[in-house]
Design a protein around this ligand. Structure first.
Ligand SMILES: C[S@@+](CC[C@H](N)C(=O)[O-])C[C@H]1O[C@@H](n2cnc3c(N)ncnc32)[C@H](O)[C@@H]1O
Length: 254
């Protein structure tokens, strides 16, 4: 079962385009600050690119998408194909399980930057245990050493106050990825966050226990992380984190 894609996801994303406009605009602002060195991009969990600005993709010579959902490829082409044609960007859309053999997938695109597009936060629903999820995220990080990559993912999610008074003025928040976290989401039990992020957590008007998507240590420490609110439905909010990691220069051989 696909917990984060499929027709229900497409129907929701299409219906809530207006409500998600603010979040998409924050994602666009984040991407506008990302200037990849590579001219090729692989997007994992691309879906139809509902929240992805075509304009950023137009800067690449080749864009490849990989999604396990069979509806993703035709819908991605429908949404972004003509813009990419105008910019002369080659587009290739694959239907596949990107995490089944990530090594082979990466080897097929040796010079491409990789973007995990709102998929890493869902891994905890695809594994039998939290330990397996953490191991999978560790495996992904290891495979990406020496690679230019980025991710937009759920960090936490949960209920928000019904009044939603603060929503209109929600801002994107920026921090540096720190070492393991030491405090908890305000008013919540057991969801650890970095102390510097408490103001953002308060802005979200969180209620009750929030779900930890286990992604808070995905980025190497020192990475600039953008924090973005995503009001998935009227009373349920996702706290997205977005970051871009430049590849380390490869060691020169003597
Ligand atoms: C929240 S949606 C992504 C939204 C998308 N980035 C957008 O802007 O529309 C998560 C996507 O990850 C895909 N996905 C989940 N598991 C996957 C896997 N193992 N390999 C590839 N894609 C996967 C789902 O099918 C779904 O389309």
């Amino acid at each position: 079962m696909n917990h984060s894609g499929g027709l229900l996801w497409h129907a929701r994303a299409w219906r809530r385009q207006g409500a998600w406009r603010g979040t998409c605009s924050h994602i666009r602002q984040w991407l506008e600050q990302v200037h990849p060195n590579s001219k090729q991009l692989v997007i994992i969990g691309a879906s139809a690119g509902w929240m992805m600005p075509s304009r950023w993709l137009q800067g690449f010579e080749r864009v490849s998408t990989v999604d396990i959902d069979r509806w993703a490829a035709p819908l991605f082409r429908m949404r972004h194909g003509s813009a990419l044609k105008r910019s002369g960007t080659q587009l290739r859309c694959e239907t596949d399980d990107a995490f089944g053999d990530l090594q082979t997938l990466l080897a097929a695109h040796p010079d491409a930057a990789v973007l995990f597009d709102n998929v890493l936060g869902q891994l905890r629903f695809m594994h039998a245990s939290l330990d397996e999820t953490v191991s999978c995220l560790d495996m992904i990080k290891q495979r990406l050493v020496d690679r230019e990559w980025g991710s937009l993912h759920d960090a936490y999610s949960g209920a928000v106050r019904r009044s939603g008074r603060g929503r209109k003025k929600l801002l994107m928040f920026q921090s540096l990825q720190a070492e393991p976290a030491v405090t908890t989401l305000p008013g919540q039990d057991g969801v650890p966050i970095e102390p510097g992020l408490a103001p953002f957590a308060i802005q979200l008007e969180a209620e009750g226990a929030w779900l930890d998507h286990l992604t808070s240590q995905v980025f190497p420490s020192g990475t600039t992380v953008h924090h973005i609110a995503w009001h998935y439905s009227r009373h349920y909010c996702h706290w997205l984190q977005a970051g871009w990691v430049s590849s380390k220069p490869r060691a020169c051989r003597p």
